[in-house]
Structure formats: C-alpha cells, structure tokens
Design a protein around this ligand. Sequence first.
Ligand code: NI
Length: 183
Amino acid sequence: MSVYSILKMGNPLLREEALEFSKEEILHKDTRYLLDDMWETLEIAGGIGLAAPQIGVSKKLAVIKLSEESDRYPDMETSKAYVIFNPKITILDSELQGFWEGCLSVPGLRGYVERPRKIKVDYLDEHAKKKSIEVEDFLATVFQHELDHLIGMLYVDRMEDISTLTFEDEMILQEENEEEILD
Ligand code: NI
C-alpha cells in the first residue's frame, strides 16, 4: 500500500468532472489496490472522507468513514466505511443545515456551508452491486461534500458568505474566547 499526496485547491484536476467506472473496472484488481491506498491516505491525513480526484485520479469514487478518533472532527460518532462508485444524489429533505466544513484539499481552513439535511445516494459498491442509502444530519453533509469532488466542486463554491472562511487555528482561539465569555 502507499500513501498519496493530496492535491490542493488550485490544481485543475480538482475542477474536472470525474469519469464513471465500468463494472469491469470496479472489479479489477488495480481498483482494489487504489481503494487500499485511498483508505491508507485518508487515515494518515486524519480525514473522514476522500475522493479519488484528490489523489489525482479523475474517476467517480469516494470513501467515507466517520471516526470517533478524528482530531479534525471531535465529538463525532463512528460510521460504517462507505465505498461509493458512480453516485447519484436525490434530495429527500431540502431544508438546509449548516456545518463548518473543512477539506484535505483546502488545508488549514474552515467555512460555513449550508446543504440539504437529508439525501438518497444511489451508487455501486466495491463488488459493483447497486446500492441505495438514505443519509441525514452531519453524514448527509459529509456525503454531499465528498461527492461534490466528483463533479469538480469544492466546499468554498457552496459557501453563501465567503467572509466566514476561517483558519482552523484562529477558530480554536475564537472558541476559547467564547468559552471565557460564557464562564
Ligand atoms: Ni474535501
């Protein structure tokens, strides 16, 4: 297995619409190796999701796993490990919910993004089997964020108010100040 370096915002590959996989490609051993490398890269980076374009592979594949041990997103429940090929999103509840999103391709920054709170995702799994899941709350945001990478979009494109873009270390300082005020 190998750990990839993650492309950063400004790299044109992050702005391309990725190509779909054929079933044969999904089942090919090279894709299994790619998946192993994506999981390892995600773990080393300490993230909760990674899309293939972020490691320079412009194909419709993303992996997602929320981990309680994540330093980047504390107070989060652990989720299943999702392997998502060729996803299609349907919005089930268009009511918006906002989270402070970060991205391994936009290191050091967070921005406030509102997205629909519940979605359905139709996709193929690692066995090229059709799957359909409904996700809501924070997991719905994570899915939408990761799957945006497959159509060349980054969370900054979804920000209503770009002035909320904040460095993570500054955010920690502000939170500490707020706690002092609350005390
Ligand atoms: Ni991202």
